[in-house]
Design a protein around this ligand. Structure first.
Ligand code: HEM
Ligand SMILES: *[C@@H]1O[C@H](CO)[C@@H](O)[C@H](O)[C@H]1NC(C)=O
Ligand SMILES: *[C@@H]1O[C@H](CO)[C@@H](O)[C@H](O)[C@H]1NC(C)=O
Ligand SMILES: *[C@@H]1O[C@H](CO)[C@@H](O)[C@H](O)[C@H]1NC(C)=O
Length: 350
C-alpha cells in the first residue's frame, strides 16, 4: 500500500515534471537568460496586469486588528497542538509554490471543480491547519468584512507559527496585500512541489523556477526541524544501506522502520532531537544523516554542505536567513485586485 503510493507519486511527478518544465527556463541552467526570439515580439495590446507591491502593515488603515486576529487564532491552535504550527508553515509553502501565494490551496472540491489543489498527492491527506485559517477568516469577517485576503491569512499564519515554534527567535514582519486566486488544480501540485525523493538538481531547478536560489532552498528546508511525515513519504529509503553514504543513519532507520511497521501509513517526527521546536537542529541532523527524505540527505552534496555546516554551527545564522527566505517565498507570483479577489470564505471562490 505504502510503496504503491510512492510509485504512483514517482510516476506522476515524472510525468508532471515533463509538463511543468516545458514553460520554464532550461532546468539545467535555470538562471540563464531566455534565448532571444528570431523576430521581435509584436507589442501586446493589453499589458499583463502588474503584480502588487506587498507592504508591511497593509491593513493598518482598513483593518488595524487584522494581524492580531490571525495571531490569536494561530496561538489558540498551536498551544493546543504544536503540530498544527508545523502544518501552517507547510501550508504557506504549498500555497506559494502552486499558482503563487493566492490561497488556491484552500479551495474545497465543488461540482464546478472536483479536483482542487488540496486533493493533490503532495497535499492529501497530509496537509493540515485549514481549520485555523477558517477560524481566523471568520473572526476577520466579523471585524472588517471583505477586507483581508485568505492569501494574506495563510502568510501571516505561517509567520505566526514560526514565531511560536521558535520561542520568538524567528520573529519577522510579513508584507501583505495579496489577492485570492480563483483557480486550483490538483495535478499542478505534482510538478510545482518538490517530491521527497528529489535530487539536489531537481530541488535547485524547482526552487529556481519560483525565483528562489539554491541558498534559499537550503534555508527553507530547515522547516523540516518541526512536524511529522507519513511513512509512505520515505519508505523508499528503508531499510538503510550502510555502504551508501546518502542512506539514512542506521539507528534512525531502525527506529522509524519499527514505527512504520503498522497498517494505515503511520507518521513519525521529522526531527528526533527537538521535534516541536523550530531551530537549527535540522542541519545537525543532515550532517548526521538523521533525516527522513532524500531531499534532506541531498543537502550533503558538495555544493550545499558548506551552508549546512554554517547553519548547524553558528547560533542565530539560520534564523536570520529563514526570516528573509519566508518573506521572499511570500512574494511568489502574488495577485492584485486585477487578477484576484478577496474571498468571503477561504474554502470557496466568491
Ligand atoms: C525542499 C523541498 C521539500 C520537500 C521535498 C518536502 C517534502 C515534505 C514531505 C514529503 C513532508 C511530509 C508529508 C507527509 O508525508 O506527511 C514534509 C513535511 C513538512 N514540510 Fe516539507 N518539503 C520541502 C520543503 C519545505 C519547505 C520549503 C517548507 C517550509 C518553509 C516545508 C515545511 C514542512 C513542514 C513544516 C512539514 C511538517 C508538516 C506537518 O507536520 O504537518 N517543507 N515536507
Ligand atoms: C490536470 O487536470 C485538469 C483539470 O482537472 C485536466 O483537464 C488535465 O487533463 C489534467 N492533466 C493531466 C496531465 O493529468
Ligand atoms: C548499497 O549501496 C552500495 C553503494 O552505493 C551499492 O553498491 C549497493 O548495491 C547497495 N545495496 C543495496 C541492497 O541496495
Ligand atoms: C514488523 O512487525 C511484525 C509483526 O509484529 C514483526 O514480525 C516484524 O519483525 C516487524 N518488522 C520490523 C522490520 O520491525
Amino acid at each position: 500500500m505504502a510503496s504503491g503510493k510512492l510509485v504512483a507519486l514517482a510516476l506522476m511527478a515524472l510525468l508532471g515534471c515533463v509538463a511543468g518544465y516545458a514553460g520554464y527556463p532550461n532546468p539545467g541552467t535555470p538562471s540563464s537568460p531566455p534565448p532571444s526570439p528570431a523576430a521581435p515580439a509584436p507589442p501586446s495590446p493589453t499589458p499583463p496586469p502588474r503584480a502588487p507591491v506587498l507592504k508591511i502593515g497593509h491593513y493598518r488603515k482598513t483593518c488595524y486588528k487584522a494581524e492580531q486576529i490571525v495571531r490569536d487564532a494561530v496561538k489558540k491552535a498551536v498551544y493546543a497542538n504544536r503540530g498544527i504550527g508545523a502544518g501552517l508553515i507547510r501550508l504557506f509553502f504549498h500555497d506559494c509554490f502552486v499558482r503563487g501565494c493566492d490561497a488556491s490551496v484552500l479551495l474545497d472540491p465543488t461540482s464546478a471543480n472536483a479536483q482542487p489543489e488540496k486533493l493533490g498527492i503532495p497535499n492529501f491527506p497530509s496537509l493540515r491547519g485549514f481549520e485555523v485559517i477558517d477560524a481566523a477568516k471568520a473572526a476577520l469577517e466579523k471585524a472588517c468584512p471583505g477586507i483581508v485576503s485568505c492569501a494574506d491569512i495563510v502568510a501571516f499564519a505561517g509567520r505566526d507559527a514560526s514565531v511560536i515554534l521558535s520561542n520568538g527567535k524567528v520573529n519577522f514582519n510579513m508584507p501583505s496585500g495579496r489577492y485570492d486566486g480563483r483557480v486550483s488544480i490538483a495535478n499542478e501540485t505534482l510538478f510545482n512541489l518538490p517530491p521527497p525523493f528529489a535530487t539536489l538538481q531537481l530541488l535547485k531547478d524547482m526552487f529556481a523556477s519560483k525565483g528562489l536560489s539554491t541558498d534559499e532552498m537550503v534555508t527553507l528546508s530547515g522547516a523540516h526541524t518541526v512536524g511529522i511525515s507519513h511513512c509512505s513519504s520515505f519508505s523508499d529509503r528503508l531499510p538503510a544501506n550502510a555502504s551508501d553514504p546518502s542512506s539514512m543513519d542506521a539507528k534512525l532507520a531502525k527506529s522509524v522502520q519499527r514505527q512504520c511497521n503498522k497498517t494505515g501509513d503511520p507518521t513519525v517526527v521529522q526531527d528526533v532531537v527537538s521535534p516541536s521546536f523550530l531551530d537549527k537542529q535540522y542541519y545537525q541532523n543532515v550532517l548526521k544523516r538523521k533525516v527522513l527524505f532524500n531531499s534532506d540527505a541531498a543537502l550533503q552534496s558538495p555544493e550545499t554542505i558548506n551552508e549546512v555546516r554554517l547553519n548547524a554551527r553558528i547560533s542565530g545564522r539560520w534564523e536570520k536567513k529563514f526570516k528573509a527566505a519566508m518573506v521572499k517565498m511570500g512574494s511568489i507570483e502574488v495577485k492584485s485586485s486585477a487578477t484576484g479577489e478577496i474571498r468571503k470564505q477561504c474554502r470557496f471562490v466568491n
